[in-house]
Ligand binder design. Structure first.
Ligand SMILES: O=P(O)(O)OC[C@H]1O[C@H](OP(=O)(O)OP(=O)(O)O)[C@H](O)[C@@H]1O
Ligand SMILES: O=c1cc[nH]c(=O)[nH]1
Ligand SMILES: [Mg+2]
Length: 208
């Protein structure tokens, strides 16, 4: 089983404070989620493999490098969409797949309503993204779907997680590396992360 990595950095801590604050409005919330996703990308891509490429500088030939494997970003709709641009800014060649899931408010089960992936995902590094890892039901289901489509190298990137969600995800998919900006205290009786940041989808899209 891979240990979950919590990526601590002063800028990430500062920006987490902005999105946790209930006074933060939609525009700043959306921009800050995207910025944190970009900052996380620097760390989560550290292990990506490179291939050599000969180029010419204005002075001479030299060996340079480029990413060896394709990267596919897969947001879990809706809230995962808020992280796409921040990652794409740094990996412009990445393709984007989508998985639509919503939590049944009563049972907290994840229900699938959409899935669409680029061709060639089997051989790509897949970055599954969602700001919130609460019960873990959505992420576990999304990874089930990705593995059914043949994805082998899957990394989960979230902003805020709960101990319950991390345990559930590690139990169901021990091969998947988990990256988070913060690991919070617990879930409340409604399955919300405490202290968390509330409903990420509603805050991103202004739906409540
Ligand atoms: O770990 P879990 O308990 O499954 O909860 C986390 C999920 O809940 C939220 O989505 P939601 O169902 O609210 O959909 P939305 O993004 O469309 O708002 C969030 O974006 C995650 O996908
Ligand atoms: O705290 C939570 C839990 C699930 N989904 C969210 O958006 N927030
Ligand atoms: Mg929501």
């Amino acid at each position: 089983m891979k240990t979950a990595k919590i990526l601590k950095h002063p800028l990430i801590e500062h920006k987490l404070g902005i999105i946790r604050n209930k006074e933060t409005k939609t525009k700043e919330f959306r921009e800050t989620v995207s910025e944190i996703a970009g900052l996380l990308t620097y760390e989560i891509t550290r292990e990506l493999k490179l291939k050599e490429k000969e180029i010419e500088t204005p002075v001479s030939k030299c060996i340079s490098y480029e990413l060896k494997d394709e990267v596919v970003i897969v947001p879990i709709l809706r809230a995962g969409l808020g992280m796409v641009e921040g990652i794409q800014n740094l990996i412009p060649s990445a393709k984007v797949g989508h998985i639509g899931l919503y939590r049944d408010e009563e049972t907290l089960e994840a229900k699938e309503y959409y899935a669409k992936f680029p061709v060639g995902m089997k051989d790509s590094t897949v970055l599954l993204i969602d700001p919130m890892l609460a019960t873990g039901n959505s992420t576990v289901k999304a990874i089930d779907i990705l593995k059914n489509k043949g994805a082998k190298n899957i990394i989960f990137v979230g902003l805020v997680g709960s101990p319950e969600g991390v345990e559930r995800l590690q139990g169901a998919h021990p091969d998947v590396q988990i990256y988070l900006a913060a690991l919070d205290e617990k879930l409340n009786e409604h399955g919300y992360i405490v202290p968390g940041l509330g409903d990420a989808g509603d805050r991103l899209f202004g739906t409540k």
